[in-house]
Write a protein that binds this ligand. Structure first.
Ligand code: SAM
Length: 451
């Protein structure tokens, strides 16, 4: 029986949500989805899906509060402890030994809910690497489709009950007790990028060494699971690992992942993707009207960055390269593998003293400009005006900086030419003055002789 044969009223409801609210739930398993909708309908005293659809049409704000109805955000620190122990003892050391000491370790907690999974990962990595090394080398992305749950994840403040599964040693090392709450170490917290990301729609991250997606795939239909797994394959480096939840298995039969531990649901990246699989990686188009405003805003920002007529790149507060547009790639000869590296370790680092400008930004939080900076590359000598703009979070904490490079080589040449002309004019004026004086002197002497 196909899905649409199931319950036409419910399918009409899902279609409405997809078309009008930008909330595509068509890839989710129907049983649990229906249960959650029924729960919401009971709260509103609504008897059937058709009436609920009518209610949605009459109360558009209901769309924006649906996240609470649909998503189950339950999470916990060290959830399924044995699996985390296996990860800490067997997998994390392998990831670290396969990397050069200067290389970044990129981790993605997908479906991170209120953050416990990401902070568990951070603690395990910091335990193996040491905090200093962790701060220098680990880049962690923690994403979820539900913005409300991310709002709880970012401040990293948990109750007594929520931290009950953390060993006391780790609790006192990584958490600060503030009144009745436990708040995760702020230095480490700042290295985790929390963002909204829909696994069924959005393009995946890339170059990930460890992808943790636990207790999320279980909510998806098998075809949606398979499509998400293709994206996970793309997201991982060749030596990357995928860590799923205890009750999750790999439903696709294409062997794009090979088991490392079936018991703990840990997989390594397997055989290459087919051409058809590759089509699943691109972001899926949503109904124009239905695009989530946040995602839309992010896309516009990205497009503006990409299509800027000037070379631009952004660095984080540790002066690591976060992103660059096409013009910057060409001007500075950047490679994809440069993303994540410290600016001073890259060729492009020669163009600015990243340490000095970050320090100055940190102090003043004001944009900086550098004029006529010489950049010598294979393309020749280019003169650049560099505008450095601080990026801060709403609390004023410096997150990084955006650097825009304006090619002023032509102006510089004109200025140089003008300078050259000015100085030869000055020389000629001087010579003329000298000649005048000599003439005057000669005239005076001639006058004296005649007299
Ligand atoms: C049960 S929680 C799991 C939390 C955590 N991974 C754990 O195991 O403790 C499931 C999370 O998946 C998120 N989720 C559901 N659908 C998603 C999607 N399409 N993309 C990203 N996250 C999704 C939910 O919002 C929820 O926070």
């Amino acid at each position: 029986m196909s899905i649409s044969d199931g319950n036409p009223e419910f399918e009409a409801l899902l279609n409405y949500l997809k078309q009008k609210c930008g909330c595509d739930l068509t890839g989710y398993k129907r049983d649990s989805l229906m249960r959650r909708f029924r729960h919401r309908m009971q709260q509103l005293n609504i008897e059937n899906y058709a009436h609920y659809l009518q209610y949605l049409q009459e109360h558009p704000q209901e769309c924006s509060s649906l996240d609470d109805t649909i998503f189950i955000n339950f999470s916990g620190f060290f959830r399924d402890r044995d699996a985390w122990d296996y990860l800490a003892n067997q997998i994390i050391p392998q990831i670290i030994t396969r990397k050069q000491p200067h290389e970044k370790i990129r981790v993605w907690s997908a479906g991170c809910a209120s953050g416990q999974e990401a902070y568990t990962l951070a603690m395990l990595l910091a335990e193996v690497l040491g905090i200093e090394q962790y701060l220098q080398r680990v880049q962690m992305f923690a994403t979820d489709v539900d913005e409300d749950t991310l709002k709880q994840a970012r401040p990293a403040s948990y109750s007594n009950l929520e931290v009950a599964d953390i060993e006391s040693g780790l609790l006192s090392k990584y958490f600060e007790q503030i009144e009745q709450r436990y708040v995760f170490d702020s230095k480490i917290r700042r290295t985790i990028f929390f963002g909204r990301h829909d696994l069924t729609v959005d393009a995946p991250m890339s170059k990930i060494d460890l992808l943790v997606c636990r207790n999320v795939l279980i909510y998806f239909q098998p075809e949606t699971q398979a499509a998400v797994l293709v994206r996970f394959h793309f997201a991982l480096t060749d030596n990357g690992f995928l860590f799923l939840g205890n009750s999750e298995s790999l439903t696709n039969n294409k062997q794009i992942f090979t088991p490392v531990s079936l018991k703990y649901r840990i997989f390594a990246k397997g055989q290459k993707l087919s051409l058809q699989d590759h089509l699943l990686i691109r972001p899926q188009t949503r109904n124009k009207k239905a695009v989530d405003p946040l995602t839309m805003q992010t896309r516009i920002t990205q497009a503006a960055f990409e299509t800027s007529p000037f070379a631009q790149f952004a660095v984080d507060q540790r002066r690591c390269l976060l992103m660059a547009n096409e013009k910057a790639y060409v001007l500075f000869g950047l490679k994809n593998s440069d993303i994540g590296a410290r600016l001073q370790d890259l060729e492009v680092g020669r163009v600015v003293n990243s340490w000095a400008f970050m320090r100055q930004l940190d102090r003043s939080r004001q944009p900086l400009s550098l004029k006529n900076v010489e950049w010598v590359s294979k393309l020749g000598i280019t003169y650049l005006d560099i505008h450095i703009t601080p990026i801060s979070d709403p609390s004023g904490q410096l997150l990084g900086a955006n650097l825009t490079f304006i090619d002023v080589t032509r102006n510089k040449c004109c200025e140089d030419e003008l300078e050259r002309l000015k100085s030869s004019l000055a020389k000629m004026t001087q010579e003329l003055q000298l000649t005048k004086e000599v003439l005057k002197q000669t005239n005076t002497e001639l006058g004296a002789d005649i007299a």
